[in-house]
Each structure stands twice: as C-alpha cells, then as structure tokens.
Design a protein around this ligand. Structure first.
Ligand code: GRF
Length: 199
C-alpha cells in the first residue's frame, strides 16, 4: 500500500504511522508549510519530502490542483492527512474520495473545526477524544473509522487534555491505516464497516 502523507507542522501523527511497522510504503510527505518539522524528519529518514507553499498560489483552487498533481505523481493507494491545516476544495476531495483519511482531535460529530480541546472544556464534557474518518466534502463529517475516548479531568487545561488525546491519536491512526492497507474498510451508506480478518 502506497501512502502519501499531507501535513502542516509537527508531524507526530506521521511519525507514529511511519514507526508502527505497517505494511505500507510512505511514498511521499508533502507540506504546505516549508518549515514543518514533519518534513525535516522525513528527509532524515530518506522519505521523499516536498514543500508546496500555498502562499505562492493565486487561490485555493489553483493550489489544490497543483497539490493533487503532486500527490498523484506518487501513485498512492491512500492519502493521509496528518495535521494538514488547510481546508481542501471539493474538487480535490472528489479526486481522492474513498482513499483519503483524516484525524480530528474530538469525538466527532462533536466539536468539528478548530480549538476542540478549549471547546470541550468550556462545554464541561466528561469524555473527549479523537476520530479517524474518511474525508468527504462535508468538513469533519465523513465516515468514521475508529475513535478513542479520553476522560476529562477537573483540573485539565487545553494543553493537558490535548496531550492525552494526542497519545490516543498516535494509537488509532496507525490502526486505521493498517485496516485500510489490509483492505478491511468498506464504506456503505456513509458508514464504515470493518471486514473481519479471516478472509
Ligand atoms: C493533531 O492533534 C491532529 O488531530 C490535528 O492536528 C494535530 C497534528 O499534530 N488535526 P501532529 O502534526 O500530527 O503532531
């Protein structure tokens, strides 16, 4: 399974996937931010790493078309968004639908969008978490592959909560990629069915 990873920053989810011993080849890592730490880490490991700076493109449509062409050069079976912090255009999503995964730091459909840990604390929820889902045109609402729940503590700050959620992200994202690589994820009626192993 050939995987292309898109990221914008730190890249800890990318590292977790790269180091999980999965039956995949990371064909390339692409960042819209040239300074992303995830790019440097990939280069150190000999993983092809490309920066495509979105600020150098006229608009989202032009940038996303260029990004999609760059991705397709690597002939991926799967495209993994790992802290890719730009909204993708509908045309881009249509090109990769069914082979495009994202991780979101909340228990979707709660708290789509940004600042999820702040919002979870403000709402007083007692359970928070993270979600790996297929990306569809509906932002943060695609078919859910796997979730992990994290209890909220009375003394949590956005930072302490984020750290515990992130530890779960590093567990469930590799798991989701493994299932994809094993051909076990079937989408029906907008839901993911996990096919069993014994086939
Ligand atoms: C993660 O919390 C992810 O859920 C969110 O952005 C963060 C990326 O972290 N979308 P990293 O770059 O993988 O370390």
């Amino acid at each position: 399974t050939r995987v292309v990873v898109l990221l914008s920053g730190r890249g800890s989810n990318f590292r977790a996937i790269a180091e999980a011993g999965l039956p995949i080849e990371i064909a390339a890592v692409i960042s819209n931010r040239p300074q992303a730490a995830g790019l440097a880490w990939a280069r150190e490991r000999g993983i092809p790493a490309t920066a495509l700076d979105h600020t150098e493109y006229a608009d989202r449509a032009v940038f996303d078309a260029r990004l999609a062409d760059e991705i397709e050069r690597h002939r991926p079976d799967l495209v993994v968004l790992a802290g890719y912090m730009r909204i993708l255009s509908a045309a881009f999503i249509a090109r990769f639908e069914g082979r495009l995964l994202n991780i979101h730091p909340s228990l979707l459909p709660m708290f789509p969008g940004l600042k999820t840990h702040e919002r979870a604390l403000a709402e007083g929820v007692k359970v928070h978490g993270c979600t790996v889902h297929f990306v569809t045109a509906d932002l943060d609402h695609g078919p859910i592959v796997i979730q992990a729940a994290v209890p909220v503590r009375a003394d949590d700050t956005p930072e302490t909560l984020a750290a515990r959620v992130l530890a779960q992200e590093h567990r469930i994202y590799p798991q989701a990629v493994r299932w994809f690589a094993e051909g076990r994820l079937a989408i029906r009626d907008g839901r993911v069915n996990l096919q069993d192993d014994s086939t």
